[in-house]
Structures are given as C-alpha cells and as structure tokens.
Write a protein that binds this ligand. Structure first.
Ligand SMILES: Nc1ncnc2c1ncn2[C@@H]1O[C@H](COP(=O)(O)OP(=O)(O)OP(=O)(O)O)[C@@H](O)[C@H]1O
Length: 648
C-alpha cells in the first residue's frame, strides 16, 4: 500500500473511532472535515487561488494590519528562508492576503497552494495549519500526514493567530515548507518563531492604532520590558481599556480571575480593575524612571515590570480611536462623545449618525434620565439643519397649555391670550428639530392634531384658519413601551408609525460597560453646574466599586447628582464611600422589602404607581408592601412630590 492509501485508511479509521497517536487537535479537525465540511478523504482537492478582484475583497479590510505586519513577516522570512519555508498571512477566512517566498520556486509553491490568494480554510483544504488555527484560535503545527487531504502530505505548516485590539481573531501567520524532516518535533522552533512574530505584529498594530492613548507594555523581566515586552494594553484619557494585544487580554483576565476564552469584552473597563495603579500614576512608568522602579502589581498578586508610552497628541480620548470599526470612525464627534466604548451604545450611535441627516422621524426609547434629550440634541447638532432645536415636555404641561404651546394662537383666540397672538413651538422649530419629550403622555385629543401636522406639514394656530407650512425634523422620546400604549388604546397607532420611522434604544446605565468612563468624565469635567470651574476630583477604589455596583434607577441624571453631591462632601479631592450617602441609604434599604422599585426604572415605576393610586400614599404603600414612612422616604430621595404638596 502506498503512502496515500495508508493515509486515507488512517483518516477513515480515526473518524470511525479507532485509537490514534495524533494530537487531539488533528483528530478533531479530521472529524470536522467530514461531519461539518462534507469532505471526502479519498478525493484530493486542487489548490484554489482567488483571482485578483476577489483577493482585493479580502485584502481591503485588513489593509492597515497588512501594512503593519509586513516588516514582521519579512524578519520572519529572513529567519526561516534558509530552511525553504514561505511565509503567508491569511485573513480569518483562510485566504492568504500576503505572501513571501522564493521567486525561483514559484511554480512548485503555486501548485502546492503556497501563494498569494490561496484558500487555506478548513472547509476547502481540509485539515491544515491555517484552518486549524482559525478553528482553535491557538498556534498549531500541522505536519505532513496530519493534513486531511493526501495532496498536502509533503507539507509542514505552522501557524499562529493575530488578534485585533478588541480581542477578535483578525489574521493568521503561517510558515510552510515543501519538504521537512519526518518528526513533528522538528517544528518546535518554527512554532516559537511564528508565535514571537505574531506577538510583535499585534504589539506594533496596537501602537499604530492608538497613537493618542497611553500604551502600557509588560514583561516579567526588568531587562526586557523596554526592548521586548510580552503584552500591551491601550488606555484612554479616562483610564478605560480601549484595546489590548492577545497576551494583554490574557494578562487582564488572569488579574481579574476570569477565563479569557469566555470573558466578555474588556473594552470600556477601567484598567485599575486589573492593576494596583490609578490613571494619574501612569507617568511613573515612563522611561523617566529606571526599570527596577517600574514594578506593577496585578490584582491577583502577580508582579510584572511595565513601560508606559505616553499619548502622542494631547487630543486623547476616543475621538482618536483609529482601531475602532470603520463605521464608528464616521460618527460625528458630538455623537461619539456619548459613549466610552459600550457596545450597545456604539451600535445605536452608528445608526443615529446614519440617520442624522435623513428626513425620518426618530423615536428614542430608554429609561428616565438615560440621556434621551442629550442624544436628541447631539443628533440635531450633527445634522446639517440651519433651524433651531426646540424641546417640549409633553408630560410637564397641562393639556390646555400643550395645545397653545405647540400650535400657537392667533390674537384673541381665547381669554387670557396675548393680544398679538403667539407663535407655536412647531412653527418655531421650522428648519430645525422639534423634540417631543415624554410623547407617551400626550393626550389623545392632541395626538390627532399632531398627526395632521406631520401628515400635511402645516400647522393651524388655535383660533386661526390659515395653515402655515412647516418643514421640521421630529424626534420624540419616551421611557414607556409606546407599542404597549398603542395596544391598550392610549396611543394612536397611526401617530406611533409616523413618529417611529426609526427607533433608537438607549441602554440603562446599569447595563452599560462604560459606566466607569462616564463617571470619570463627570469627575474630571467639574460637573454640570460648575461650567468646568471646579477642580477635578478622584474617587477611592471602594467608592468606585460601590458606584459601579449601584443599580442606577435614575440613570445618568442620578449619577450626575450623586457626583455633584460627593464633590461637595469629599475631603482632599478624593471621594470616599462616606461621600455617597444616597447609595448607602439605598443599599441598606434594599435589604428590606424594597426589591420591587429597585428593579427596572424604579423612579418612574413608582411615579406611575402613585398616579394610578391618585397619590394616595397609603394605597401605594399597601400595593408595594412597604409602610408609609418607607414610601415617603423613597419619594423624598428621588424627588417625587404629590401634586397637592408642590410649592406654587
Ligand atoms: N453623556 C452624558 N454625559 C453627561 N451627562 C449626561 C449625559 N447624558 C445625559 N446626561 C445628563 O443626565 C441628565 C438626564 O439626561 P436627559 O434629560 O437627556 O435624560 P432623559 O432620558 O431625556 O430623561 P427623561 O426621561 O427624564 O426625560 C441630564 O442632566 C444630562 O445633562
């Protein structure tokens, strides 16, 4: 029996369950080839090389990585060319997007698929180093008869993955040779070389992608930390992680006691969660100090040496995040400034940016205080409208006033009307944006009139008969599920469809991964009321943990208030747990029967319940299962006052 027949029989036997000395990674791949990819070990596949036009589709998305990786690939080639290896860079679908090989042997290499544009995906080529590396995410050696397809038996291939700054597999570096010694162990050095090469490429790519951020690089050796670091992370101006090398990600996972394989994204997390160092201490890790003084402790107790490379420009922060996806780069700064890397926010902002200049009515949904109005303004500011942004809170105005506010009135329209009449807000927003906040609270009678304005693009003031044409963009917002109101008949279905040309959902603060980033921005900015005049404050670790663990029923509004109070209460510019009285009160209260209003948008749910009970406190307390004193205390805390008690 010849070598090919023996190989095919072994593959068939192993797939059938026969014991084997092959690596488990090879056996698993052989099984996938048959079970998932429908390959047949008896049928040999020819190398599949993509034409230039198709190759471009694979090269273009990796353009900057290919550019950065080139020097690394060339150095790798210089190290292995003497042993007749070629170097391939493949994308995550297995297509080789860059290649370095011996020109003199191009014909033989091309026939073996060792060339630019060849398809080394497992589903096409069967078990091979590139395909197995993509499937496992790990460095691999696929040596000679480890290959599934007998065509590839002469080859030895070694591959290692390149991860992008977000921790996703981006590419694979592979070195392959047409001839090799029979033993797999002969490739141990090849494996080390490829691994070292991917580590440097990831590092170079991170440095090139985050020029405006801090780059913290690590080594176990104080002698090597400045010359050959093992891992790196990029940190923005507020101390959030914005990118990592693969080793940096593993290092942070270790520090946090997590498994890197199942770990959620690290982006947006404070780097201080993993290291015993705060943002303002980073300058002490620059080259200004000798390496022996640059020891850094991970939260798991491990010690490493660090080198902090300062941001290249002072613009800092996320506007410069060049490794962010192409779509987010196109987001105007006003919108981009609303997220510190939270994935839900980023996705929503990409959509908002695309819609900013479209004549499509937007409906913003999200819990109270999560920033709906701030988003509406940012969308308006990033569009090309020349007109103003006009906001109206449909829940805050009595029914009679909403009508005159919105539509305006002609002289003498009703008793008490101004003699010269009044322009309505709809007319004032002409050429700009009308923001209808709490649209879910708009009375049914007015919904019909608003619908007419939207349908006919004209407004008739109260008491008037002549319609005035208006051209405006409507953005409405609600913390309610408007679709439920439509079902219950409280909101007109036709208006709902007119208003919700696109729905943007803003996540609750408690579910945002960039809560810490937002907190740092508020701490640094000096707060809303200060106009930036107050000196920035810092927050102790215990206080930060409490802030990050809090449920935030009032969302960003509550966070702003908590920070403003803490700023006033704190000593020496450091906010401690004691400076967060609202959180402490809530924490102790939540150990009681308080869960009902803690969950979800507590403040707005409580307000809705009170309205349902016609502000009868005893009734509301009974329904909540708490006593009246507790309910009064809770109302005071979130600023809810019964209508008959409000100061005039
Ligand atoms: N990205 C942000 N950065 C700083 N402050 C913010 C941000 N987003 C919102 N805020 C602040 O949070 C508070 C609430 O924001 P906003 O009024 O936009 O929320 P909302 O969802 O419209 O609230 P409601 O549902 O009660 O109308 C405001 O004081 C606003 O300045």
């Amino acid at each position: 029996m010849n070598e090919t027949s023996l190989h095919i029989r072994e593959v068939v036997d192993v797939i059938g369950g026969a014991p084997s000395m092959r690596d488990s990674l090879v056996r698993d791949s052989w099984r996938r080839c048959v079970d998932q990819h429908g390959l047949d070990p008896t049928r040999r596949q020819r190398a599949h090389v993509l034409p230039d036009s198709r190759l471009r589709e694979h090269r273009d998305p990796l353009e900057s990585l290919i550019r950065t990786a080139r020097f690394g690939l060339e150095s790798l080639y210089r190290q292995v060319a003497g042993q007749d290896y070629v170097v391939l860079l493949s994308d995550k679908r297995g297509i080789s997007v860059d290649y370095i090989g011996d020109r003199g042997r191009e014909g033989a290499l091309h026939r073996a698929g060792l060339t630019l544009g060849s398809d080394w995906s497992e589903s096409h080529a069967g078990t091979c180093a590139v395909g197995a590396c993509i499937a496992s995410g790990e460095p691999v050696v696929i040596h000679r008869s480890d290959h599934f397809d007998a065509t590839h038996i002469p080859l030895t291939c070694t591959a290692a993955p390149i991860y992008d700054a977000r921790g996703e597999l981006a590419a694979v570096v592979d070195i392959s040779a047409l001839h090799s010694p029979p033993d797999k162990i002969s490739q141990a050095l090849a494996l080390q070389l490829v691994r070292a090469s991917t580590l440097r490429i990831e590092l170079a790519h991170l440095m090139a992608s985050f020029r405006s951020e801090w780059i913290l690089r690590f080594s176990r050796s104080q002698e090597f930390v400045d010359v050959d670091p093992e891992a790196a992370i990029a940190i923005d101006a507020s101390g959030r992680v914005v990118g990592t090398t693969h080793a940096g990600r593993k290092l942070m996972a270790r520090a946090l006691g997590l498994d890197w394989r199942s770990m959620p994204s690290l982006l947006g997390r404070s780097f201080s969660e993993a290291f015993d160092v705060e943002l303002d201490e980073l300058p002490r890790f620059t080259r200004a100090l000798p390496t022996c003084d640059r020891s850094i402790r991970l939260r798991n107790g491990e010690r490493l040496y660090a080198h902090a490379a300062e941001p290249h420009s002072s613009s800092g922060g996320q506007a410069q995040r060049s490794a962010a996806p192409a779509a987010s780069r196109a987001i105007p700064a006003t919108l981009q400034g609303l997220s510190g890397g939270d994935e839900q926010m980023d996705r929503m902002l990409v959509m908002a940016a695309r819609l900013a200049d479209q004549p499509i009515a937007l409906l913003l949904q999200g819990e109270t205080g999560c920033g709906k109005e701030v988003l509406a303004r940012a969308i308006h500011d990033s569009g090309k409208h020349s007109g103003p942004f006009v906001a109206i809170n449909c829940a805050a105005l009595p029914e009679t006033l909403i009508e005159s506010e919105l539509f305006g009135y002609v002289p003498g329209a009703f008793t008490g009307a101004r003699a010269r009449g009044r322009k309505g807000l709809i007319e004032e927003a002409h050429g700009g944006t009308l923001f209808l906040d709490e649209i879910g609270d708009m009375p049914l009678s007015l919904q019909a009139r608003l619908l007419r304005v939207l349908a006919e693009r004209e407004v008739v003031p109260l008491g008037g008969s002549r319609p005035i044409p208006v051209n405006l963009r409507i953005i409405s917002a609600t913390h309610r599920e408007l679709a439920d109101h439509v079902r219950s008949g409280a909101f007109r279905e036709d208006l709902f469809y007119r208003l919700s040309g696109a729905v943007l959902r803003i996540p609750a603060l408690r579910s945002r991964r960039d809560l810490g980033w937002l907190l740092d921005r508020l701490l640094q900015s000096g707060g809303r009321k200060s106009n930036g005049a107050l000196r920035p404050v810092r927050v102790s670790r215990a206080a930060r943990e409490a802030l990050e663990a809090h449920h935030w029923p009032g969302n960003i509004r509550e966070l702003v208030n908590v920070v403003e109070l803490a700023r006033v209460l704190c000593n020496d510019g450091v906010i401690e747990l004691d400076d967060l009285p609202a959180l402490r009160a809530q924490a102790s209260e939540s150990t009681g029967v308080d869960a009902q209003t803690q969950a979800g948008d507590g403040a707005s749910k409580l307000a809705a319940l009170l309205r349902e009970c016609h502000w009868n406190i005893s009734e509301a307390a009974r329904r909540l299962g708490v006593d009246r004193t507790t309910l009064h205390r809770r109302m005071r805390r979130i600023g809810l006052v019964a209508p008959n008690r409000r100061p005039h």
